[in-house]
Write a protein that binds this ligand. Sequence first.
Ligand SMILES: Cc1ncc(COP(=O)(O)O)c(C=O)c1O
Length: 392
Amino acid sequence: MANKTEISFRTQCIHTGNGIDKETGAIRRPITMANSYRLPEDSSTLDWSDPNQLVYTRNTSANQIYLQEKLAALEGGEDCVVLSTGVSALAGVFFTFLDKDAHIICSNVSYVAVYRLLKEYFPDKYGVETTLVDTGNLDEIKKALRPNTKIIHIETPGNPTTRVSDIAEISKIAQSVGALLTVDSTFASPFLQRPLELGADLVIHSLTKYINGHGDSMGGAVIGRKDLIDQIKRQAMVNLGGAISPFNAWLIMRGAVTLPLRMKQHSESAMKVARFLEGHSSVDFVAYPGLESHPQHEIAKKQMSMYSGVLSFGLKADVDTHNKFVNSLELIVPAVSIGHDESLIVYTGPKDERNHFYPDEFKNGHLRFSVGLEEADDIIADLKQAFEKCGL
Ligand SMILES: Cc1ncc(COP(=O)(O)O)c(C=O)c1O
């Protein structure tokens, strides 16, 4: 086969990290559920915490290694570390690169666990300084820089506002002060957005979402330069114990095979649904990076090939009607998470702890909608019947 870097993304999704099982000849690598591995004959010189050697599954496991190979190739990075969840991947980055008294600049709208880790946990326990800014605004980032800024962390598109941050421009700012740019690219997946090529130092994914894609396992990954990933493996994975189960790694490996096909479909359907919602007289707002009305649509166009499957919207209605709307849906499932095969919707009421950072239209609560792989017309028909049931 051609050199791995020359083969296309779609082919890599299928072949990279897979191989023939040496013992049985099976054309799929098996799930290795062992938690330890046969030691070498002379173990006296072994580095017991080597995260790249098969010794103990908390340090690394066979299925984890296969998945790391695939994800490093898909993001175009030198190396990858896979962990038990997206949050453990994010925490792994912060625990590794934030020393006592370091400063981090972070999107003021990001996944809620990141918000809590950086706003409360790290400052209270370790004296880390955090500045939360609108990373859609480059001047705000520049103004927040300090001599001890070690990381600029962005999430793009961001959860739940879908705000887009300009990866290439922010990477220049990070480089100018020797800080790392870390990008949570979960909403996009490597098929739609390649942050390392745009200058990011590390890319983080919740594998629980699009990369697995079937709502049946959890995982997280960080991809980037080998020297950085090695530090995360040694400091965060081995010591904090966030190892992924081999079974979950295997499931994610299988899910990733169809990533390009799914992302294309999610994006096409979400675009159709977003246009339908935008045209509905009872809809107050729709936030979707693919719409011309999205405030950072031009940046999204520049750095994403399509716009993925997540959108947020609000109704011209009160809290009870929002709840009634969600409970009137017959196909779309009210549940958290994104990137599954089935469409998922969550109504977040006005009590969200990050509400003060949201754009005005989000303040009475919003519906976060992960558009699934069902026929787009069926999804729209379900929304229509729910609007009717609510008299909207
Ligand atoms: C953008 C983003 N990053 C990280 C996470 C956390 O991932 P996990 O639930 O796998 O820990 C989520 C979860 O919703 C997310 O939406």
